[in-house]
Design a protein around this ligand. Sequence first.
Ligand code: 7TS
Length: 408
Amino acid sequence: MIDNKLDIAQIRKDFPILKRKVNGNSLIYFDNAATSQTPKQVIDTIVDYYSNYNANIHRGVHALAQEATEAYEGARIKIQHFFNAAKKHEIIFTSGTTHSINLVANGFTAFIKKGDEVLVSAMEHHSNIVPWQMLCERTGASLRVIPMSKEGELSMASYRDMLSNNTKLVVCNHVSNALGTINPIGELIELAHKVGAAVLIDGAQSSPHIKVDVQQLDVDFYTASAHKLCGPTGIGMLYGKEEWLAKLPPYQGGGEMIAEVTFEKATYADLPYKFEAGTPNICGGIAFGAALDYLNSIGLETIEEYEHELLTYATAKLQTIEGVKIYGTAAHKTAVISFNIQGIHPYDMGTLLDKMGIAVRTGHHCAQPVMDYYKIPGTIRASFSFYNTLEEINQFITAVKKAKQMLS
Ligand code: 7TS
């Protein structure tokens, strides 16, 4: 039993929120794909920052400014190592995946023209669709969709056919938030590079669950959001290959991102600061680093293995309930189960589960094209993390059965 290897009971003690009651019941938190919970090691880091060394960074000579700068830049190195980037200046602090994607999409305005194509997968979150639509509107380029199967797997044959010398960019999530599919991004990247296209991988849903090595993947851009990695909201990262980041124009102008400014002209700072205008989320960055320390202390491989056990167990149990249809049955999945029950609106199921202390997400999950593909308004989504247990899944299954009875 992997439970023993992980000592879940001990791990759960690190998460104060898991002790709380919701509607009189012990909280069962199965909305980890929306945001993960925060261990006390990360909360303590935040308290420590504001209690002991809150200061603006990169500019002060005083002790607090130096300590804050050191901690913030130290966090950048932790992120670099977590994703195995070759250089620390290939890590740009952003407010999260949405910001990271917009930064790249905006910068690509300089490199894209009418007749060029941006390929996007059929299972993207809106934040990996809309910025590219905006880029195409600005430039006259076309956005083309790589189709998927009923199981929620990308059609690699169609993808091969779509690739051409017109393809300038391929964008895809590593893991779909609506379906849990783990996409074959290694192959996707290799094929894109053969036609000279750059690749951005949205790592919002993969980074908390799968060990990622950006050098091995040879990916051009990779994104992550700290709040899905046991860190705080409002902070995330963009990994970009140095050669791309050097070419890309800055996203925002302001302090910190310049080398020299006159009223006639500004010259830009070196990487990574060229992309980090203004006072950043200093505490968030430091806490992001602490969150990665925490995940490393457990080990991504261990997390992946345990969460897979949760997925297999919950999927089998859920399938025993009559009328359940699971959306996203790809061979490779993270611990996300999107489902509906015949005759029951997902919102009603979500509301009743909440009454029983169980947090799931219901709706389109910011992936309306996926819902349109299945011709459904939304799903009930249970998404697990390493601090969840088989016992919680048992309680969840009992609750789903109970709610189904009440709603039928
Ligand atoms: N990409 C994917 C695949 C996501 O799942 C999300 C957030 C984002 C991008 C955006 O990340 P952000 O941190 O910039 O907001 N996904 C979800 C979700 O599934 N439920 O709530 C947020």
